[in-house]
Design a binder for this molecule. Structure first.
Ligand SMILES: CC(=O)[C@@H](O)[C@H](O)COP(=O)(O)O
Ligand SMILES: NCC(=O)COP(=O)(O)O
Length: 248
């Protein structure tokens, strides 16, 4: 199978985290998104959490008005978020699991147990033209359920793979990577578009970028951190270079 172009979605949530540490307007996530666009991001990802700990409603308004590349709007499957998505009609809506007490997104959405509710939840989003993506663990049951409810895209959670790498547990890392590889191929065989993301860094991106079925990576926290040291444009350029090298 020849690999399609691999898109890079830059997640700007944690620019807003830094801004919100002090209140006020600096640093501005919209400015970061525009710089990311100019640096070659193929899309921008932003997660409007129920507790608004980073991205705010005004940020989503600003992104919708300012972006020339597609917005991937991450949200929980709640009525409040559905209304916001239906008002903005972003290019893509990625449904993610969310817990107020978590530090970051823990695991993937439980689709199999909530199939009926989620099928009804995503139908109006599809009707207004949003591409619906489901953020899930690399688990066959969840992928099959995502397919059955009518999602066009799945995004595989790469957090367990990245965490194992960071902890130096290479046996677990390699096992997680193998599962991601098998599940990317499985999802693709069902006709789903396959994305991946969460926790990816320069050290972990290439093995995932090499999966031919994966057509988009969403990367944020590491890039925003790296931007402190080398600037956002070079940080993104290096990620792009590594992705292209892995794909060649
Ligand atoms: C779903 C997901 O992976 C993202 O939303 C991302 O990790 C940034 O948001 P949090 O760090 O708040 O989970
Ligand atoms: N969906 C994953 C994402 O948008 C970026 O996650 P992270 O790189 O901030 O962990």
């Amino acid at each position: 199978m020849s690999a399609e172009y691999l898109r890079l979605g830059v997640n700007i949530d944690h620019v807003a985290t830094v801004r919100n540490a002090r209140g006020g307007v600096y640093p501005d996530p919209i400015r970061a998104a525009k710089i990311a666009e100019q640096a070659g991001a193929d899309g921008i990802t932003a997660h409007l959490r129920e507790d608004r700990r980073h991205i705010t409603d005004a940020d989503i308004d600003g992104l919708m008005a300012a972006l020339s590349v597609p917005l991937n709007f991450e949200m929980a499957a709640t009525d409040e978020m559905q209304k916001i998505a239906l008002r903005h009609k972003p290019h893509a809506v990625c449904i993610v699991p969310e817990k107020r007490e978590e530090r970051t997104t823990e695991g993937g959405l439980e689709v199999a147990r909530e199939e009926n509710r989620l099928a009804h939840f995503i139908a109006p989003l599809r009707e207004v033209g949003c591409r619906v993506s489901i953020f899930i663990a690399a688990d066959m049951k969840q992928i099959e359920a995502a397919h059955r409810i009518g999602a066009q895209v799945i995004e595989l959670h790469t957090g367990a793979y990245c965490d194992a790498h960071a902890e130096g547990d290479f046996a677990t890392r390699d096992r997680e990577l193998e599962t991601l590889r098998e599940m990317s191929a499985f999802a693709h065989s069902l006709g789903l578009e396959v994305h991946a993301g969460h926790g990816l860094t320069y050290d972990t991106v290439q093995p995932v970028a090499a999966f031919p079925e994966v057509v988009e990576l969403n990367i944020g926290h590491f890039l925003i951190g790296e931007a402190i040291f080398r600037g956002l444009t070079p940080a993104i350029a290096e990620m792009r270079r590594l992705m292209d090298e892995a794909r060649a």
